[in-house]
Write a protein that binds this ligand. Structure first.
Ligand SMILES: *Cc1c(COP(=O)(O)O)cnc(C)c1O
Length: 381
């Protein structure tokens, strides 16, 4: 028997930043006190800085989906025409949420691994006059795919629709110029590139989106954007917040600011590039036509169920990686890069992958994938 550290190498939850975890132990604090108000205010201000926007940024105690839900229930009217870009499991979630609230949904559906193109959105906006909103994933984590939100944002802002972006794995892994690109609503989640446990959702809201909140008639109670904004300005959360997570968030944001958000993004981009190059060296094929930097989806070699690779990581190295979801299960495995991942992680992950592939009969020259990661590291210095 030998030591195998537990490692969470998934695209959420992600590895935790230790000082943020330590900060959680100070949660014997009441949320309606000056002490907590100053912590919460600072966290909201840092969040806004890290989002890189002049729009309002709100925080909710919920997983990311809570804020996705809130963006629909607070901004739209029953029967509103909307366009949903759907190229994966999270795109399907947008379809389900918008339909659950009775919106009139035009779905732009593409196969897993592919993208909804700006041309498709342009054509749909032309065909569906009076569209009130366009929904998309910046990074579709289920397929490891990145959408061209800059181009699509440029098209949407020429209409009366608002652009609602699930950037839960997009934030901190790809540039998102919220103000310049017309990203009216941008949603993030604590357990992704923010390096802390699940339980907080973030959302930026543009003036255009606030205007829609004035006429929205859909039922909502817990998630109330206007109430959250008013309370947030006073350093409070509408309901009892997850104080421990907000303490962690404050610490993680300090760290992210010290590195710089652009470098956090660059870090994910480099690790993703290294993983793609290593995969090619190992004779593996990427699943995505437009790979994201949040997570790399790799096809399992012919004849090998990807579950074998997932299990290999767990059993041999104590590491949790993710299988494909839905019909992609067994076909792909996913290696994450968002948040608190570094090159040492990548050296180990690719070395482990080589050993697992070899043990299962895939021809691998040991060190070939690792050398690709090392070359990316050297080139980046
Ligand atoms: C993780 C994730 C979500 C949010 O899921 P929750 O479990 O509700 O936090 C939504 N969209 C994408 C693209 C994600 O990766």
């Amino acid at each position: 028997m030998y030591i195998r550290k537990q490692r969470m190498l998934t695209p959420g939850p992600t590895p935790l930043y230790p000082p943020a975890l330590h900060a959680m132990m100070a949660s014997d604090i009441h949320h309606r006190t000056e002490e907590f108000r100053s912590i919460y205010k600072a966290a909201l201000a840092d969040l806004k800085e890290v989002f890189g926007t002049t729009n309002d940024v709100l925080c909710f105690t919920s997983s990311g989906t809570g804020a996705l839900d809130a963006s629909v229930s607070n901004l739209f009217r029953a029967g509103d025409k909307v366009i949903v870009c759907n190229a994966g499991k999270f795109g399907e979630r947008w379809v389900e949420i918008t339909k659950a609230y009775g919106l009139n949904v035009t779905e732009l559906r593409m196969p897993y691994g592919d993208v909804v193109t700006p041309e498709m959105v342009e054509a749909a906006l032309k065909a569906e006059r009076g569209t009130k909103g366009v929904f998309i994933q910046a990074s579709e984590s289920s397929t490891g795919t990145q959408h061209d939100v800059e181009s699509i944002g440029g098209l949407v802002r020429k209409t009366d629709a608002i652009f609602v972006v699930d950037a839960i794995t997009g934030l901190g892994t790809m540039p998102l110029e919220i103000d310049n690109w017309g990203l009216d609503v941008v949603v993030g989640g604590s357990q992704k590139a923010f390096m802390i446990p699940p339980g907080l959702a973030f959302m930026s809201v543009s003036p255009r989106a606030w205007k829609m909140a004035e006429t929205s008639d859909l039922p909502h109670y817990y998630f109330n954007l206007k109430k959250e904004k008013k309370n947030g300005d006073a350093g409070e959360s509408s309901w009892t917040p997850a104080t421990s997570l907000i303490l962690a968030l404050g610490e993680a944001l300090k760290y992210i600011k010290s590195i710089g958000m652009s470098n956090v993004i660059r870090n994910a981009q480099l690790l993703a590039q290294a993983t793609r190059e290593a995969s090619t060296e190992l004779g593996l094929e990427l699943f995505s036509k437009r790979p994201a930097s949040s997570v790399t989806a790799i096809k399992s070699p012919a004849g090998m169920d990807s579950g074998v690779i997932v299990k290999g990581f767990k059993q041999k190295f104590g590491a949790i990686i993710t299988n494909g979801q839905g019909s992609m299960k067994g076909e792909i495995f996913r290696l994450a890069h968002l948040g608190y991942f570094d090159f040492t992680d990548s050296f180990g992950i690719i070395a482990g992958l080589e050993l697992i592939l070899r043990a299962n009969g895939h021809k691998v020259e040991l060190g070939r994938g690792v050398a690709a990661v090392q070359r990316v590291y050297e080139a980046a210095q």
